[in-house]
Design a protein around this ligand. Structure first.
Ligand code: NAD
Length: 446
């Protein structure tokens, strides 16, 4: 993995001094998850607007995880690992003053790697237009707070929870260091009770997961993370990657499947394998992807077709086979990997961005179909992630990619993997139809 030398430099005393004097970004080293790590490294401050309904669940999660939390005004020296505010009861724009009153006195006291979480009611499910407007306004607030606290490695996110939504797995994800590089995101959690795992450190015990493109890069990290969470992982890649694939499968105690996902018989081969060896699949992760960059005028048809086939049409055909043959088990999870390019577009990536926007379209189109089976589909949209691919970029593009985000650094493959593991959790039943960017609040795109 490439080293971020600028970040190393700014973490030395003279480097940090110079960066500060010149007003340059000073990226904080992000806290990442290790098994057994406490949810928070200090107390949380929690609060709620009048008429809100989600605070009891926040308290339950903080208690269940042994986290300290405080309510009401605190001494000026008190610092916080998290600020959690339930704004679900805000029903008019006048009441937005409540969020000002809660956050204004304490926002500067968020610790390094701290968390700001705002909980709301989905605007589209609001009782009145006035409520919908006020709830929608929360997005701008959270995204701005993300930009104010990013320098500390701290993040701000918004969860819109439907009535009767079970938000436990989502709270645990956003409060923990598993969401280190997920910043300024808006997640919708629908109604429906998830199945809380017996052990939150092994939520995928007894489950079978398949990851495409798992021999290296982000796919390898997804395989590792799902195996850490207890799943048996089937690692899929093209035959050419057979050696690396076997090595990764050994490392995670999984099994391999060598298939080119664009082959005509790939969906049948995958489905037959999953049925015969495992009786189906609980978690299917479409991670395999390629780039073949050229500006459109210089792009030959081969480049266009190859990228469309690997990144989009293969997924469509495999999803159809998973659903037709009931290979996806009850409570199943499909997760797909989009990209910031699919949201913002990127020069020279018209083929790639088309597929990655199509992946978001897949989530939107299939979420209701999967909901009928108590299953879900969600996407991650990575921003700049430190991999061999980004390591090979020219230095200017690479540096811009790293610094143009609130956290002023690139993410790691594990940041994408942890987000996928949250979607895969049996407790995440209401998390359906979301595209979550894993981009450190990159400045490009919506
Ligand atoms: P990578 O090139 O390191 O890994 C992709 C894997 O997919 C490889 O192992 C490759 O052999 C496999 N693959 C390619 N074509 C295949 C096919 N036809 N059948 C089966 N397997 C195939 O890439 P990565 O950086 O780890 O990216 C993984 C995913 O994340 C991709 O979908 C990519 O578009 C997306 N992504 C990456 C970044 C980033 O910064 N690295 C950013 C946004 C999105």
């Amino acid at each position: 993995m490439p080293t971020d030398r600028y970040q190393q430099l700014t973490q030395s005393a003279p480097g940090g001094f110079i960066a500060k004097r010149l007003g340059l970004p000073q990226p904080t080293s992000l806290r990442r998850y290790e098994p057994g790590q406490p949810l928070l490294e200090g107390p949380a401050l929690i609060g709620a607007a009048p008429g809100s309904r989600l605070l009891p669940e926040v308290e339950d999660v903080l208690q269940a995880t042994g986290s300290e939390y405080l309510t009401g005004p605190q001494g000026e020296d008190q610092r916080f690992a998290a600020l959690v505010y339930d704004a679900s009861g805000i029903s008019s724009t006048d009441e937005l003053t409540e969020i000002y009153e809660f956050f204004h006195p304490v926002i500067k006291r968020v610790d390094r790697n701290g968390r700001v979480l705002v909980l709301g009611t989905p605007p589209e499910m609001s009782a009145t237009p006035r409520q919908a407007i006020a709830q929608r306004a929360l997005e701008g607030f959270v995204r701005s707070i993300g930009k104010e606290i990013g320098q500390k490695g701290a993040t701000a996110n918004l969860i819109y929870a439907a009535q009767d939504a079970d938000i436990e797995s989502t709270l645990r994800f956003y409060l923990s260091s598993k969401s280190a590089f997920v910043d300024a995101q808006v997640t919708r959690v629908g109604a429906g009770k998830g199945i809380a795992p017996a052990d939150w450190e092994k939520p995928l015990d007894g489950k079978v997961a398949l990851v495409t493109g798992a021999s290296r890069g982000i796919g390898a990290s997804i395989a590792e993370t799902l195996a850490r969470d207890g799943a048996h992982v089937v690692l899929l890649d093209i035959p050419k990657q057979g050696q690396d694939l076997a090595k990764m499968a050994n490392e995670v105690g999984g099994s391999t499947l060598q298939v080119d996902i664009t082959a005509d018989d790939a969906p049948k081969e995958i489905v037959d394998h999953l049925k015969e060896r495992h009786g189906g699949v609980d978690v299917f992760v479409h991670n395999a992807g390629i780039t073949q960059d050229k500006t459109l005028g210089n792009m030959d048809e081969g480049k266009w077709n190859a990228v469309l086939a690997v990144n989009l049409t293969s997924q469509e055909r495999i999803n159809a086979a998973l659903l037709e043959g009931d290979v996806l088990k009850p409570g199943g999870r499909i997760v797909t990997v989009s990209s910031m390019s699919g949201i913002a577009g990127n020069r020279g990536q018209s083929n790639y961005a088309t597929t990655k926007a199509g992946v978001i379209g897949t989530v939107d189109a299939l979420a209701p179909v999967l909901a009928e089976r108590d299953a879900t589909i969600n996407a991650v949209a990575p921003g700049f992630i430190e991999t061999q691919m980004t390591g090979a970029m020219p230095i200017g593009t690479r540096e811009a990619g790293r610094r143009m985000s609130s956290l002023a650094q690139g993410g790691l493959p594990v940041d994408v993997a942890e987000t996928i593991a949250w979607f895969a959790n049996p407790a995440s039943a209401g998390v359906n139809g979301n595209t979550v960017r894993v981009c450190g609040q990159n400045l490009l795109g919506a």
